[in-house]
Design a protein around this ligand. Structure first.
Ligand SMILES: NC(=O)c1ccc[n+]([C@@H]2O[C@H](COP(=O)([O-])OP(=O)(O)OC[C@H]3O[C@@H](n4cnc5c(N)ncnc54)[C@H](O)[C@@H]3O)[C@@H](O)[C@H]2O)c1
Length: 355
């Protein structure tokens, strides 16, 4: 297993590396410049890894900046605080940003780096499983608006993604479990062999077996890196990463982002997408049944959709529309996906019966 994966994007190419000590990596990058650098993280993470952060803040050019927990951190207000702090501390075009956290930190830090002085370099240090397999890779950065998640942002690639899997030892089980939705998704949309591997190793995954988790992380990075390399700006292929997300995002909004983590909503969304792939597409009964059985092994909170029309209105508000047409990701078979414009809102409503 190689510990380095190249995301091939011409001049914007970078490596994803599995590392053993994030502190040593930050120190190395910080010593590569004389300019001021900013390490962006959150209080919960800071408190767990206080000793390492304190040592890093002793470096002459590393400033630690704490952002809020949760989605509320993904705001213009946070971005304004960050870039003003950079200006006050005389950051320049050679300054670096270190994003040490999950998807929230990565999205905010990447967006701030992308706009300060029209773009300074940043490095992703994902600390959640979701960050390691998904959000730190591919350069999507952004913040939320009152009317929707991730509505403002840029595609702006990091110069490196440094993955220290030791962070997973402190990640709550529910966060781990939810992130596995994106892991399973890669199997569904791109790699049948990987899907079989996940099925066979479910017990090891559930008990946080680090050897198995590292293999999975590497495989996910390879798949996402491959997809992003072929379609950085999400014109076509990259859209398959949205498998399960049309219904998933609808569920998140319907539940007002309470009681349901993103990955949990995606597990449910994938169930609906599998139903539609079987009933209105080419997915065989056999693969449909085995897929639903596998998803059902993951712990998910109870769901109640009392008003299906209200739910569908949330689906209609999602970003995955082009020219008013819904672009739904279906599986033809496990490991093979496609974009369909033939799925109707009534069919989506019908698919809720599988939940
Ligand atoms: N940019 C992308 O391509 C992309 C892709 C998927 C999701 N996202 C975004 O990612 C965000 C979700 O990311 P997430 O699931 O990582 O959630 P998160 O960033 O909110 O982190 C989850 C929680 O775990 C805590 N935490 C992080 N690392 C920890 C650790 N090692 N030990 C203990 N606690 C830790 C965090 O402080 C937070 O409270 C959403 O905003 C979503 O929109 C972005």
């Amino acid at each position: 297993m190689s510990n380095k994966i190249k995301v091939d994007l011409g001049n914007n190419s970078y490596n994803i590396s599995l590392i053993e000590n994030f502190k040593a990596s930050v120190t190395k990058f910080a010593s590569s410049t004389e300019s001021q650098c900013m390490l962006i993280t959150q209080e919960e993470i800071f408190n767990i890894y206080k000793n390492s952060f304190n040592e890093l803040s002793d470096l002459a050019n590393v400033n630690i900046f704490i952002i809020d927990q949760g989605e509320k951190a993904k705001s213009f207000e946070t971005i304004s605080l960050i870039v003003n702090d950079m200006a006050r501390n005389h950051f320049d075009r050679s300054s670096l940003v270190f994003a040490v956290g999950g998807g929230v930190v990565g999205d905010v830090a990447g967006f701030a780096a992308s706009i300060f002085m029209r773009g300074i370099k940043y490095i992703q240090y994902p600390t959640t499983l979701l960050g390691m397999v998904d959000s730190a890779i591919g350069g999507k950065t952004g913040i939320n608006l009152q009317n929707g998640k991730n509505l403002v942002g840029r595609i702006y690639q990091p110069i490196a993604v440094e993955i220290d899997t030791n962070f997973l030892s402190t990640l709550p089980k529910r966060e781990m479990n939810a992130a596995l939705a994106e892991v399973v998704k890669y199997g569904f949309i791109y790699d049948k062999e990987f899907f079989e591997y996940l099925k066979t190793n479910f017990a090891q995954i559930d008990s946080k077996d680090m050897n198995v988790l590292q293999k999975i992380i590497v495989q996910c990075c390879e798949i996402k890196g491959d997809i992003v390399s072929q379609d950085e700006n999400e014109n076509e292929l990259r859209m398959i990463l949205n498998f399960g997300h049309t219904v998933g995002h609808g569920l998140e909004s319907f539940n007002e982002y309470k009681n349901l983590l993103h990955g949990e909503a995606i597990f449910y969304g994938m169930k609906c997408a599998l139903y539609l792939s079987n009933k209105f597409g080419k997915l065989s009964d056999k693969e449909y049944t085995s897929s639903i059985q596998f998803i059902s092994k993951f712990d998910l909170p109870k769901l109640s959709i009392n008003d299906k029309d209200k739910f569908i209105n949330f689906v209609k508000n999602d970003k995955k529309f082009r020219d008013k047409k819904i672009r739904f990701i279906l599986l033809d078979e496990i490991g093979k996906s496609r974009i369909s414009e033939d799925i109707s809102f009534d069919q989506i409503k019908e698919s809720l019966s599988v939940l």
